[in-house]
Write a protein that binds this ligand. Structure first.
Ligand SMILES: [Cu+2]
Length: 152
């Protein structure tokens, strides 16, 4: 093989390697930028929340209800509108549940009857960590509303 052919092959391989390296670096960067752009505050964040229970949980032995929220954490950025569709699936047992936040400035207390669902809408006006409760099933049925400050 002539030297010029070898040089041409080496040049082609080098150019291909550079193109692959540029693509490998820029494609993940583009995805990261898109992820950052979706983290804006002031958007609607919608959640579907159910009552749940822990199987094989001995309520008599532990002295606690087996009930829990299907979501132990609801998160948002300050300024977001939070929409929670809360379902009480216990049509057969007749159990009531509630979604309740007493921590200021939030003041929410929505009760759902057996088999009922309700939509709870509020604006996350204050950043912080707030506990949401079911007033009927304590201390087990609770979760954390986490409202973070958006990036400046
Ligand atoms: Cu409950």
């Amino acid at each position: 093989m002539k030297d010029t052919s070898k040089i041409t092959i080496i040049a082609c391989i080098s150019i291909a390697a550079i193109i692959i390296a540029v693509i490998a670096i820029t494609v993940p960067m583009k995805n990261t930028q898109e992820n950052v752009q979706t983290a804006y505050a002031g958007v609607k964040r919608e959640y579907w929340l159910f009552n749940s229970d822990v199987p094989l949980f001995n309520e008599t032995k532990t002295g606690m209800p087996h009930d829990a929220f299907s979501m132990p954490v609801i998160s948002a950025l300050k300024g977001d509108t939070i929409v929670i569709h809360f379902f009480n699936t216990e049509e057969s047992t007749g159990d009531h549940h509630s979604f309740t936040i007493w921590d200021k400035p939030y003041n929410i207390n929505v009760e759902v009857s057996p088999g009922e669902n309700k939509t709870i809408t509020f604006v996350a006006t204050t950043a912080g960590v707030f506990t949401y409760y079911c007033t009927f099933h304590q201390p087990t049925m609770r979760g954390q509303l986490i409202v973070e400050l958006p990036n400046p």
